[in-house]
Design a binder for this molecule. Structure first.
Ligand code: SAH
Length: 360
């Protein structure tokens, strides 16, 4: 039997745990242990980033998708989804609107939409970067070839979010059709890192069939990959998917995992996600208090927001971007943190890059 105090000590001292130790932490979760880890984790985040919370303006620019992920509301098999895509001009305008609101990171997220060829994407990236050179551009548009990722990077994209979803190939196969594989998804992440992107991986908490062993494997995979960003949020069922009748992932487990992830990756950029805010009205604030340090308000034009419908009852689909930003500012300041408009790069990544520049 592994002893909990020993495991926690090791987690805070080294950021490293074995599979058994992670499972032990998961199986022995109590409100007291969770509060203890949240305190340690948020102190760790403050040590690296102070009481700053970084914002990313999320533009959901297309809900066309060639994939059929069983959990996702915009899967190609969902004939009830009302499809839309923003024009290149609309995307750039939306980014500029975000810039005026103070955003210095724009995230372009979408389904895997063949309309947006590499040429179109690099054009959009170049336009945004030429108008707003001090703004970071993050992409989240799924699995592409090494060459495509390289073209995006060379056009000026800074970061890429691609959740690995689940590290275990067998679990992956229960969440996705057979043309998609955990291996390819993970290879994409290694390619992104190799190219030089600040890279984000992550998974859904409480996805169907997920076991404590799966979560342990996810945390071990993240440790091996060492991404600059980690995105986790609860799975939430969507009415037009294979998993319509499944239950949502838990708030408490998600918060607990945010704390463990913060302690395993002290400098990582860790969002309190929209899904977390959807399962609990104060989910995002609680996420920050558990060790998260990023929020991603929606910048998409109000007219399309309801259509980017990944899961049921998604929040913030009615307000203008400025309202979302104000609402979040208030929420964050009420818990003693401050939303800042820095680009919010990963500190470790910046240090390494500077060392390379100096030829060390
Ligand atoms: N096409 C892009 C973006 C996917 S949407 C890509 O492949 O990366 C972004 C994330 O939303 C997904 O990675 C998934 O983890 C999450 N997501 C999708 N459906 C969800 C659901 N029903 N509940 C919670 N999160 C979901």
């Amino acid at each position: 039997m592994t002893d909990i105090p020993g495991v926690i000590q090791k987690l805070s001292d080294t950021g490293d745990l074995t599979r058994e130790e992670i499972i032990c932490l998961l199986e022995n979760r109590t409100p007291e242990l969770q509060a203890f880890l949240a305190e340690k984790a948020s102190a760790t985040a403050r040590k690296h980033y102070g009481n700053k919370v970084f914002v990313r303006g999320l533009i959901e620019f297309t809900n066309y998708c060639r994939n059929d992920c069983y959990y996702c509301g915009i899967r190609c098999g969902n004939k009830n989804a009302v499809r839309y895509r923003l024009s290149e001009e609309e995307i750039v305008e939306c980014a500029s609107h975000g810039y005026d609101l103070g955003f210095r990171t724009i995230v372009l997220q979408g389904g895997e939409d063949a309309y947006f060829t590499d040429e179109k994407m690099t054009g959009i990236i170049r336009s945004i970067k030429s108008i707003h050179p001090d703004c970071a551009v993050t992409l989240s548009i799924g699995e592409k070839s090494y060459e495509s990722y390289k073209a995006f990077f060379d056009a000026g994209a800074d970061r890429y979010l691609l959740r690995h979803e689940t590290a275990d190939p067998e679990h992956y196969a229960k969440l996705h059709p057979s043309n998609l594989s955990a291996e390819n998804r993970q290879q994409c992440l290694y390619n992104l890192k190799k190219i030089g992107f600040q890279t984000g991986a992550g998974f859904m908490v409480g996805s169907p069939y997920q076991t404590a062993g799966n979560i342990a494997d996810d945390l071990l995979f993240l440790k091996k990959l060492e991404p600059e960003m980690i995105g986790i949020g609860p799975f939430i069922p969507h009415k037009d998917t294979v998993f319509a009748g499944e239950k949502a992932g838990g708030l408490e487990l998600t918060l607990y995992l945010l704390s463990i992830i913060r302690l395993m990756h002290p400098a990582v950029l860790l969002p309190a996600t929209t899904a977390l805010g959807t399962i609990d009205p104060r989910g995002r604030e609680q996420g920050i208090l558990a060790g998260a340090n990023v929020v991603m308000p929606n910048l998409s034009p109000v007219g399309v927001r309801k259509k980017y419908d990944l899961y049921d009852n998604k929040i913030c689909t009615g307000e203008e971007a400025a309202e979302c930003m104000n609402c979040l500012k208030n929420r964050i300041s009420r818990i003693g943190y401050e939303i800042v408009t820095d680009r919010g790069d990963n500190i470790k990544y910046l240090n390494n890059r500077n060392k390379m520049k100096e030829g060390k």
